[in-house]
Design a protein around this ligand. Structure first.
Ligand code: GLA
Length: 596
């Protein structure tokens, strides 16, 4: 259903999306159908029924991949508006409840009829947030409609759809229970800026996909064998990078490496996109050989499919929070960088090879030792109570500035930040300073602080002026009118501890802070060694065996000291030497039985 023929748009204009100003899009492109249209739903149901009937006994039928890369783009047609209003009636029951949740009295925007509601008024944050939730739900409903005939006719065949990077306007956490296996399309921009930074970001994305179904392996549905053709500059992968980036997915939990595309098309939009076989149709070139080598490696790694990772650390990255915070109109709106901030808090663990789950705020916390909550502006559901219970029972939580500001409807808590989390963190925010670019603030570690932090650090963009209310300061501000007030605090709570970082600190701080916390909590890295910069290690294990993927994202070769630990090389079967050589963009997969 991702792409449709022109005759369909011509015969049934309702399948084309309508924009905010009521203009229906002409037929073009793909991934742009109305997800409410009964006609489009019927046609997709029909075609899927026929596919399932035709191929139901075919021996090559292993998995249904429904549609392609659903996205969160809006359609403003009458059908969508009617469905949205029904969705709202179910959520709020009465207009009074809706007016209150959206605070429409402000600017005199109170609704007196359901049919007045149109998701074009961006001044009502709650309305636009609910509209995005509706689009996500409607897209899920469309997927379920597509999957229905497949599940009815071939109940033994699993069904999936390919997700993309996680900020496309769909709440993939709602999709996850409805797909039989998670699949996603992975297109990192290698060789553009810093490959190590890109690798950490890609690791973060993979870890979300492993977490969507609580540690179950996923599929990398698409990746390019070479370059793409949709970036400003689409560089082919340098030697080594294809094996490295393919097996990076496997290291984080993928049970497949799949490609877009097999052979480059001769014409149209993607005729210059990388492929296994290029226009020349040859096997004797680098890309084909790279792909063949990955295939051979995967064959030797078949035992991996029953392994996974159970991290002790979780970073909360909440998609609905992202929709809300990006539209909140805060004192500083430049560089809100919610996702990037979550990645910055993830990266110190990635660098040390400590496995991390990336989850949203609705997930169970009880399996973790450490839960990191960057910028969780919106506290949904029972999250505040669950985080409190987690710490009370002995867990460690870290939250940052811009946490605990609004409820699920984007209504501010009638309390100082971090709202209902105030007693847990033992602080209250008296004021929030925001800083211009280039006007960094200064932090000073408190003498004798419990994490052994020392010296000064820079901070930028946001600075909470905090009052300790039970918490102790680990770091104080060393600049501006709040000099000497707490910037980073710790609060002993129940059996656990709650840390609060009031400003956006530099990388050195995050590295020192999480190093010290990891040591204190005795977090287990994949490999018990100090990894060189730009090298990470990720682990997959079963009861019987463990595999450690040691990956060098530097262009230069390096060595990793394995010390007295003995491993076999999973690809060659040979014993690994104590000093492991890694080529530039090199990867080694270490293997050992669990009992040793
Ligand atoms: C997406 C699509 C593919 C193709 C690739 C190109 O992932 O699903 O059809 O267009 O991008 O990179």
């Amino acid at each position: 259903s991702g792409g449709r023929p022109a005759w369909l748009s011509q015969q049934y204009p309702e399948v084309c999306q309508v924009d905010e100003h009521g203009r229906r899009a002409p037929h073009s492109d793909r991934h742009n159908h109305c997800r409410t249209s009964p006609v489009y739903r019927k046609k997709c149901h029909l075609i899927n029924t026929q596919l399932a009937e035709r191929y139901k006994t075919h021996p090559a039928l292993l998995l249904w991949h429904v549609s392609n890369e659903y996205n969160g783009a809006a359609c403003h047609c009458d059908l969508c508006y009617a469905a949205f209003r029904e969705w709202l009636k179910k959520r709020y029951g009465t207009l009074d409840a809706l007016n209150k949740a959206w605070w429409t009295t402000f600017w005199g925007h109170r609704y007196t009829g359901w049919d007045q509601i149109a998701p074009v008024d961006h001044s009502i944050n709650g309305l636009i947030l609910d509209w995005q939730r509706f689009i996500s739900d409607q897209t899920l409903d469309f997927f379920l409609t597509e999957a229905r005939p497949l599940r009815a006719i071939t109940p033994h065949i699993p069904v999936t759809t390919n997700f993309m990077q996680p900020n496309v306007g769909l709440d993939y956490w709602q999709f996850a229970p409805h797909v039989d296996v998670i699949a996603w399309d992975n297109y990192p921009r290698w060789h553009r800026d810093d490959d190590v930074v890109m690798a950490a970001k890609t690791g973060f994305y993979h870890d979300i996909h492993r977490a969507y179904k609580r540690g179950q392996p996923f599929l990398m549905m698409e990746s390019t064998p070479s370059g793409t053709n949709w970036q400003g500059v689409c560089r082919p992968k340098r030697p080594g990078m294809h094996m490295l980036s393919s097996l990076q997915a496997v290291a984080h939990g993928s049970n497949s490496v799949q490609y877009f595309q097999w052979r480059t098309s001769r014409g149209s939009a993607e005729k210059f996109h990388g492929a296994v076989v290029d226009h020349g149709g040859r096997e004797d070139h680098r890309v084909f050989r790279d792909v063949a080598e990955v295939g051979a490696a995967l064959t030797r790694l078949s035992d991996l499919i029953d392994t996974t990772t159970q991290p002790e650390v979780a970073v909360i990255y909440d998609l609905q929070n992202e929709w809300a915070i990006n539209r909140a109109l805060l004192p500083r709106n430049q560089d809100i960088d919610y996702q990037q901030t979550c990645i910055r808090h993830y990266t110190p663990f990635w660098k040390r090879g400590i496995p991390v789950d990336v989850i949203d705020s609705a997930q169970d916390l009880s399996a973790y030792k450490l839960v990191i909550v960057p910028m969780l502006y919106m506290l949904r559901g029972t999250f505040a109570e669950r985080l409190e219970a987690f710490v009370r029972a002995g867990g460690t939580a870290v939250a940052t500035y811009l946490t605990g500001i609004v409820d699920e409807s984007d209504l501010c808590f009638l309390a100082d930040a971090p709202g209902p989390l105030g007693p847990l963190f033992g602080i209250r925010r008296e004021e929030q300073d925001v800083l211009h670019d280039g006007h960094d603030g200064l932090l000073q570690a408190v003498e004798g602080n419990a994490l052994g932090l020392s010296g000064q650090y820079n901070c930028r963009h946001f600075a909470d002026v905090l009052r300790a209310d039970g918490a102790r300061a680990l770091v104080e501000y060393a600049s501006d009118f709040y000099r000497g007030q707490p910037a980073v605090t710790v609060h002993a709570y129940g059996q656990g501890e709650a840390y609060y970082i009031g400003s956006r600190p530099d990388e050195t701080f995050l590295s020192d802070f999480y190093d010290s916390l990891s040591a204190k909590l005795a977090l287990q890295p994949a490999l018990a060694t100090v990894l060189p910069a730009g090298v990470t290690a990720q682990i997959r294990r079963s009861d019987a065996a463990e595999y450690v993927f040691v990956m060098n994202f530097n262009a230069e070769a390096c060595q990793v000291d394995l010390g007295a630990h003995s491993y076999m090389d999973a690809l060659t079967g040979a014993a690994c030497p104590p000093l492991l050589d890694l080529d530039g963009y090199g990867i080694r997969i270490l293997h050992r039985a669990r009992s040793t």
